[in-house]
Write a protein that binds this ligand. Structure first.
Ligand code: SF4
Length: 206
């Protein structure tokens, strides 16, 4: 296995592009492994590639992607500074929701991407990625509220496409996005605190 994050992501991407582990491989034009920085502090996980993404092999390039780019700019970030992917890497036919067995088949790739990047904050976009960390929860109840899972802070958010269908959600999504810099700062502080707490243990070893 490659030993640095960028090589590990490349390795995942090369396997995703030829993957036939679920039925979604049959209808895809291009698989969409994900894009962005291998050292990103924030990782966004959406649901599945759509029509545009399937043609280009890049996540979030349609109207929802444009909205995501605008929101990133509002917190002084570009797509190159975060990592963006989906729970399934190939487009479901007719843009239907990904099925549980498809999410399960694709899970290994997402696991490897999270492990390689080890982001401070994971933002789930939409209910399918939220369900991995918050099963049986309703996004309308918990959006924008972070919860710690191991080394990561996970923040559920509405999918940007939701704002295209329901204009009233736009300000909700924007408000949640504006909280992210604070969550990243808190996650950094928490990591420093953990290191300080671990120090006496290390001293005892020598
Ligand atoms: S969706 Fe995931 S598991 Fe299914 S074929 Fe594409 S890469 Fe493979």
């Amino acid at each position: 296995m490659p030993d640095n994050a960028a090589e590990r992501l490349d390795d995942v991407a090369s396997r995703v592009r030829v993957c036939t582990k679920c039925e979604l491989c049959r209808g895809r034009t291009l698989a969409v492994p994900g894009s962005g920085s291998s050292s990103a502090e924030i990782m966004f996980i959406g649901e599945a590639p759509g029509w545009n993404e399937d043609k280009e092999g890049v996540p979030f390039v349609g109207a929802a992607g444009k909205f995501l780019n605008e929101m990133l700019a509002a917190i002084d970030l570009t797509r190159d500074e975060v990592f963006i992917t989906n729970v399934v890497k190939c487009r479901p036919p007719g843009n239907r929701d990904p099925l549980p067995d498809e999410i399960l088949a694709c899970r290994q790739y997402l696991d490897e991407q999270i492990e390689a990047i080890n982001p401070r904050v994971i933002v789930t976009l939409g209910r399918h990625s939220m369900a991995r960390w918050f099963p049986n929860e309703r996004i309308s109840r918990i959006h924008g509220q972070p919860k710690e899972f191991g080394a990561q802070l996970v923040v559920p958010m509405f999918h940007p496409a939701a704002a295209l269908h329901q204009a009233s959600l736009k300000s909700t999504i924007e408000a949640d996005m504006l909280k992210l810099p604070r969550f990243v700062a808190e996650a950094r502080e928490s990591a420093v605190d953990d290191e300080v707490e671990e120090e006496p243990e290390q001293l005892r070893l020598f």
